[in-house]
Ligand binder design. Structure first.
Ligand code: GDP
Length: 400
């Protein structure tokens, strides 16, 4: 945006990030671990890294909202048996054990050590789950960021994902070896076990069309010497196909990484390195083209939000709109009346709340009008996103 407020946005974004990172640090480093209130989170979800990171972030939100230190339990982790702390820095410098006088499971919150189930099974469901952002941050955040919830998740990921020196070295070497440099569009092509079960197939040409559009736009205002893409996939053929069919592009990517990403070989140290590198480089790209049905891509998008004051427009999803698995309802607000033009459309009055289920990318979205209970299609331009806000502790005693 060229409105003369770029410097303000940079400064304000940095200040907000510093503020929440300081709060996380305070929460995670109690002076006496034996009496600290704790929230225990097991990385036991039988799913991929993106899904597990979202599980940890959900636990961290619960910890932040209930003022408890997050304790990660990761021995026997499917990606690395010795646990999280050999790959990433421990989430606390002072408190890693889950000992305590009293133990209990949500919603028994009057215990010292609280365990929470996976987000889908959480009951009752507190209002501060995604897509809600903390009320005390909302006015400042909404002013500078186009997708505040992605920023909030990005900040939680930023705190959790501090690589151990060996991991940092692996990421740096991987980046250099591949020749990753800007300008670059990160393309994530999710195939194998996902296609036909949880997501539809999309051809490489569809992804590359979106990449072309991105570069065409940039070239209207600047010269691009080389159109470059970084391709991450769980299907090695995709990288070969891109090299073959798009010679005008510099294609960066490693079919070897993709080979280890396939479902049969997914949970080894080699594949963990591969997926960490892929997520890192996707998040460092100028723009992301992917399917938001994949948690890999959503994680990359969320991390990207901590790299720019506002990276909310730096993506193109070929399928879903942004969501957080297990989220509370996602509503949009109608800003114009709408009369149905066919039986599959719904009627709307200005100010109606619509629970949105998805965008069909043909000008229409699908959802349910909460006022009249109609379920169906409506023109996407007639609604605005509703930013959900919830009360969290404000940690005001440490903000001075
Ligand atoms: P989702 O299934 O796509 O929603 O995402 P998850 O992260 O939960 O599970 C997919 C897993 O497949 C990842 O964590 C990786 O282990 C592997 N995978 C998928 N896509 C890629 C990719 O582009 N690169 C690499 N290295 N691994 C991938």
């Amino acid at each position: 945006m060229n409105d003369g407020y770029e410097a303000f946005r940079h400064k304000e974004s940095q200040a907000l990030s510093d503020l929440v990172q300081k709060r996380f640090h305070y929460l995670q480093n109690p002076s006496d671990c034996s009496t600290a209130r704790k929230l225990v989170c097991k990385i036991n979800k039988g799913c991929g890294l993106g899904c597990q990171l979202h599980h940890i972030v959900y636990c961290f939100i619960m910890a932040y909202a209930t003022e408890r230190t997050l304790i990660l339990k990761s021995k026997g982790w499917r990606y690395h048996k010795n646990g999280w702390e050999e790959i990433y820095m421990p989430v606390s410098e002072t408190c890693l054990d889950s000992e305590g006088e009293t133990q209990g499971t949500w919603p028994s919150t009057d215990v010292q050590v609280l365990t929470v189930p996976i987000i889908d099974s959480l009951n009752p469901r507190p209002p501060y789950l995604p897509l809600a952002i903390p009320a005390d941050l909302a006015p400042r955040l909404i002013r500078i960021h186009g997708d505040p919830i992605a920023w909030w998740i990005g900040q939680l990921l930023k705190y959790i994902l501090k690589p151990q020196p060996e991991t940092a070295e692996m990421l740096e070497n991987g980046k250099n070896k591949l020749g990753f440099k800007k300008p670059i569009v990160g393309v994530h092509v999710r195939r194998t076990d996902k296609v036909g079960t949880e997501a539809a197939f999309h051809s490489l040409d569809e992804y590359m069309k979106a990449v072309d559009d991105y570069y065409d736009q940039r070239e209207m205002v600047e010269r691009i010497d080389k159109r470059r893409v970084y391709i991450a996939s769980d299907d090695p053929k995709v990288i070969d196909e891109a090299r073959r069919n798009y010679p005008q592009y510099e294609v960066i990517g490693d079919p070897e990484i993709a080979k280890h990403a396939a479902v049969s070989t997914r949970y080894t140290d080699t594949s963990l390195n591969g997926i960490m590198l892929d997520i890192d480089l996707l998040s460092k790209s100028d723009f992301l083209v992917c399917t938001f049905s994949s948690q890999v891509c959503r994680v990359a998008y969320e991390i990207m939000q901590s790299m720019y004051p506002d990276a909310s427009s730096r993506f193109k999803s070929l399928d879903d709109i942004y969501y957080y698995g297990g989220q509370n309802a996602h509503n949009v607000i109608s800003v114009m009346d709408h009369q149905p033009k066919s039986t599959d459309q719904i009627s709307m009055k200005t100010g109606d709340l619509i629970g949105i289920a998805g965008n069909h990318w043909n000008g229409f979205s699908k959802g349910k009008n909460i006022r009249n209970n109609q379920n169906g299609l409506f023109p996407s331009f007639k609604v605005n996103n509703k930013v959900e806000v919830a009360d969290f502790p404000t940690y005001s005693h440490i903000d001075e």
